[in-house]
Design a protein around this ligand. Sequence first.
Ligand SMILES: NC(=O)c1ccc[n+]([C@@H]2O[C@H](COP(=O)([O-])OP(=O)(O)OC[C@H]3O[C@@H](n4cnc5c(N)ncnc54)[C@H](O)[C@@H]3O)[C@@H](O)[C@H]2O)c1
Length: 354
Amino acid sequence: MSSIVDEDLNVIAESIREEAKLLEGRTVLITGGSGFIGSYVVAVIDLLNRKHFSRPCKVISLDIHITGQSSKNNLVKEIDSPHIRFIRHDVRFPIDIKEPVDYIVCAAGVASPIYYKRYPIETIEGTILGVKNALELALQKKIAGLLYFSSSEIYGDPDPNFIPTPETYKGNVSSIGERSCYDESKRLGETLCMAHFVVHRIPVKIVRPFNVYGPGMKSTDYRVIPTMLSQGIAGRDLTVHDKGNQTRTFCYITDAIEGFFKVLLRGRDGEVYNVGNEAEEINMLALAETIASSVFNNNVRVKLISYPSNYPKDEPRRRCPDLSKIRKELGYSSNVGLKAGLLRAFEWMRSSAG
Ligand SMILES: NC(=O)c1ccc[n+]([C@@H]2O[C@H](COP(=O)([O-])OP(=O)(O)OC[C@H]3O[C@@H](n4cnc5c(N)ncnc54)[C@H](O)[C@@H]3O)[C@@H](O)[C@H]2O)c1
């Protein structure tokens, strides 16, 4: 359903209209440009090129389609532009680009728990070597900004006194558990970025997204919202792990992408920003019930199941961002409520056989 995606891309382009001018005539290199978030970053730049810029922003996108979401170059949009190049490249290996690069976005990663349990070594290497290779490239070019996608997972299972969680919370993470391949590599990725900021003054900016969702996430992504939506579309029960009392907050893609661009283009160098939605912390049982009633008119049931064996143990009990910093410094706000966002993700999934 491209009209939903087109509407969303327009909302994003409008929300970053001022700061996006900095991209005009520049070149952005993005790793993971064919993933869920990367697809939106690339599609927004394509839209800005077509509608707003007189000098196009070039994009070089690197991806190897490891997570099987899709073999397409873009999950949400056919991109046919002389200014946007898709290169199949594994970011664990050096990134050799001859032309000038102005901005680097490091969005490659194995982001879904089922996949990082299946590919723990690739997850670690993709994150650490991926950001290391991007920083090496940044050293060769005179870049205006490098955006590193860390994760809210770096907080681990936060102390309840630190929920909502501010950027200053140091985390409660296992170094050897089944989630550590993701959590610890994201943490070291942040450290690598900060070391390059301190030693070489590379203008790094770090984002810690909190559960972004929306059109483009397919059933094969295996994160909770696309999983429940695809179960409901197939008329199956919506399955909830354990008792379903673990909580999350969910950020609709338009809000998240606005936040990411704001941090890349106006965020302070060497700083980290939470990006998410602080308004609706919800437990997984309530999420399933909301999806059953709001999306499927109670024509599907909710069923509690034990944790599947392919799901990593020790998931955080609660997660909710403190967004004071990005709100105050960059004027960020999340505008799309959970029910509205779920309906948009559902419409896209139903019509695209996702
Ligand atoms: N979506 C979220 O809610 C969320 C939350 C926190 C952090 N993040 C981080 O944001 C980034 C983007 O997430 P997403 O939701 O788009 O995930 P995604 O899985 O949809 O996209 C990641 C992309 O990176 C690519 N990739 C993985 N390893 C690679 C490698 N070695 N070389 C080249 N490409 C590689 C994958 O093929 C995929 O297309 C990731 O780093 C993720 O860890 C996302």
